[in-house]
Design a binder for this molecule. Sequence first.
Ligand code: ATP
Ligand code: MG
Length: 322
Amino acid sequence: MTSIAVVVGDGIGQEVIPVAQDVLSLLHPEYEFYPVEIGYGKWKKTGVACTPDDIVLLRDADAIIFGAVTTPPAADYRSVVLEIRKELDLYANLRPIKGDGVDIMIVRENTEGLYSGIEWQEDDRASTLRVITRKGSERIARAACRIARERGNHLTIGNKANVIKSDAFFRDICIKTAEEEGVPYTTAFIDALTLDVLMHPERYDVIVTTNIFGDILSDAAAYLVGGLGMLPSANIGDSHALFEPVHGSAPDIAGKGIANPVAAIRSAAMLLSHLGDIPGATLIEEAIRLTAEAGITTPDTGGKATTKEAGAAVIDALLRIT
Ligand code: ATP
Ligand code: MG
């Protein structure tokens, strides 16, 4: 029995994740779904955003579909998403940027770099330690090479090695790994690369980079495909996998029923691919395409549909093509 942990989380996560679950259960009525309550809402009620028991529930699942968790600016509140990534060792963050004339996979290192969580403050100085390890760099480079081989077989290594020593270390490990794996590669400085991806997206296939650079690059690249409401992501480790929209809880539009469910539905498609149902994932992408073609989209992408209407339209399209 395949079990899927469902974390709706906070804000618009509560609106878009049920749509993604409907899509999954339509294609796989045999899946067992179980909810796990995690997030700021839970923290306000109980003082804890995510308990050790919650982590056990996540570990037990074959895959996790995850909404979003609001991170309030309170000093004593640690980011739950970072904690889950660490606990389940979800070291590869995959962010496909796919649309008209654009098909790029950003592979972002997900556990170290500037998000190491090693930080402190003295009187007039705040510091965050940027940690890049050989193990962390090698495994993300291997994952990127594997993905490149399945796709266009080209790897771009995004870095800032001209200024940051730890990035030279990362870049060199990626180069060595690509050579060992026989994957053609180029290297590029992340600032110039970000501009070039926006200007010439067709030049890129798989881009591997460190944690914060991948985060910024993928949000910028969202511009190419209609904004944050369109972008799914996967967080993959050797034993666990979590799928979530790139966007957050979007408190500004939460509760209004207008959030774009496409990023969440696409995250469900990535979940299916991961579990081996590649035809299912392709069907979902096709249903999303047909729905957009029919003009049924939410306001962020120029339409008038509500979250429920847009979700129902994707499900109708799926029923028509399955
Ligand atoms: P968080 O702190 O949880 O990351 P945020 O305020 O950064 O929340 P995001 O979810 O990252 O908000 O999104 C930034 C903006 O993009 C939102 O304010 C929202 O207007 C828009 N947005 C994000 N996701 C969607 C979506 N699915 N549909 C429509 N608009 C969205
Ligand atoms: Mg955000």
